[in-house]
Design a protein around this ligand. Structure first.
Ligand code: DOR
Ligand code: ZN
Length: 454
């Protein structure tokens, strides 16, 4: 007999549960914010609430380590509620927020301010990157007092306290990060090459997309990755290459990995599913940095993804108003609203046999949690957090950006038919999205700070 004390808060039954040991027809029990049992229905405890999942897939919620939630001075593009609502709608239970904000996240004070501003608005888990401070000694306080879980370094422009041309300052910062055992995510496009190439195209009076592509070329990505790898080698820093886009860039990552450096990398759904031809035909909605590439680059990313050379799938959710994305191209804002399309787009590739579900979950939930040290997240295991997404694998639908929860209601994937809809999202044991509706209250999400003492 079960005693009252053994009644749990929630049982999810009749699901196909994705666990590290395989997919099982089973259910799970949740107490508080944790998964306490994964078992067949007869072995699940009684619960205050039981939800029948009708045979749908129960997956670990996605852990998206590349998200620009905006808010604060950029709230007109996105705010902490709309951004995390977009995550919940897309089956993303944890997002890691980028620092290129107003104000830039780059000090204890700015991290704290951002966390404070987010606290009463978020509906999923949110952790924070910081840019490097001007004085490298402050990095420790940003992590230990502020709670940032990692640093982000833009090699393409100055964001934060360090000039991407200043090698010795970068070395100091990376040494600091290595000492704190905190990873550094890197936007790998080399500022010097960008400036050189920009001068050249201006001189030749080249304009528009062709000029833009020449400036933001694969060689610029490759050079930045090689430079970052060299600096990582010198300092022992763990680096994570963001939004890898080209075959040349991939070659540089593979060379760094082969050397035994602590380097991981990510690809986005848009760099896997679109090509430069989409940029040419769609324009603004497909304008992103690094830019979309020719099919041969896309093919090499797919090959690397399948052979395990790429670590992470991330959205690089970068919302802007559509009006901001129009020419002149040098002033146009780059970025795609990706949180609500990532899982359906990737699940569709699983349905087509181009990707296994195991690879999808490893790259979009497990590995990202591992890389950023988000303990207890990214896997369905007893004792882990109940961060879950229920996917109806048979439901087909058309991507309609006008229904996005994000303020950026535009997408280069508009009109695409996808298969596999996220129908429920649970965060820390609580239902936050049900049939596309956000049922959580603003502030129900949790800020994740760095746990370990540095
Ligand atoms: O396309 C991009 N958008 N690339 C970046 O590096 C920044 C991002 C943004 O914040 O809009
Ligand atoms: Zn980004």
């Amino acid at each position: 007999m079960w005693s009252e004390e053994l009644t749990v808060d929630l049982v999810l039954k009749n699901a196909r549960v994705f666990t590290p040991n395989g997919i099982f027809n089973a259910g799970l029990a949740v107490e508080g914010d944790r998964i306490v049992r994964v078992a067949k229905e007869t072995n699940l405890p009684p619960a205050s609430e039981t939800v029948n999942l009708n045979g749908d897939l129960l997956l670990p919620g996605l852990v998206d380590i590349h998200v620009h939630l905006r808010g604060q001075g950029l709230s007109y593009k996105e705010d902490f509620y709309t951004g995390t609502a977009a995550a919940a709608a897309g089956g993303v239970t944890t997002v890691v927020d980028m620092p290129n904000n107003i104000p830039v996240t780059m000090s204890v004070e700015t991290v704290k301010e951002r966390i404070k501003s987010a606290g009463d608005k978020i509906v999923v888990n949110v952790a924070f990157y910081s840019a490097f401070p001007e004085k490298h000694e402050e990095a420790k306080r940003i992590v230990v007092e502020g709670g940032a879980i990692a640093f982000k370094f833009f090699m393409s422009r100055k964001v934060g306290g360090i000039d991407p041309k200043d090698n010795s300052a970068i070395l100091e910062a990376l040494r600091e990060a290595a000492g704190l055992d905190v990873p550094v995510a890197i936007h790998a496009e080399d500022i010097r090459l960008i400036e050189e190439r920009k001068k050249k195209v201006e001189l030749l009076e080249k304009e528009g997309i062709e000029a833009y592509l020449e400036v933001h070329s694969p060689s610029v990505e490759k050079a930045a990755i090689e430079r970052a790898a060299g600096l990582a080698e010198e300092t022992g820093a763990k680096i994570h290459i963001c939004h890898l886009s080209s075959s040349k860039g991939l070659g540089a990552v593979l060379a760094a990995k082969k050397k035994g450096l602590q380097v991981s990398c990510e690809v986005t759904p848009h760099h896997l599913l679109l090509t430069v031809e989409d940029l040419k035909s769609k324009g603004a909605t497909a304008l992103v940095n690094p830019p979309l590439r020719p099919k041969r680059d896309v093919d090499s990313l797919w090959k690397a993804l399948r052979d395990g050379s790429i670590d992470v799938l991330a959205s690089d959710h970068a919302p802007h108003r559509l009006e901001e994305k129009f020419p002149p191209i040098w002033e146009a804002k780059t970025g795609i609203s990706g949180l609500e399309t990532m899982l359906p787009l990737l699940f569709t590739q699983v349905d087509r046999g181009l990707l296994t579900l195991e690879t999808l979950i490893r790259m979009a939930s497990e590995r990202p949690a591992e890389i950023l040290g988000l303990e207890g997240r990214g896997r369905i295991v007893e004792g882990g957090y109940a961060d879950l997404v229920v996917v109806d694998p048979s439901e087909r639908f058309r991507i309609d950006p006008s229904t996005f929860h994000s303020k950026a209601k535009h997408s280069p994937f508009e009109g695409w038919t996808v298969k596999g809809r996220p129908v429920k999202t649970f965060v820390n044991g609580r239902l936050v999205m049900d049939e596309g509706e956000i049922v959580a209250k603003p502030g129900d999400g949790r800020v994740i700070r760095r746990l370990r003492e540095a």
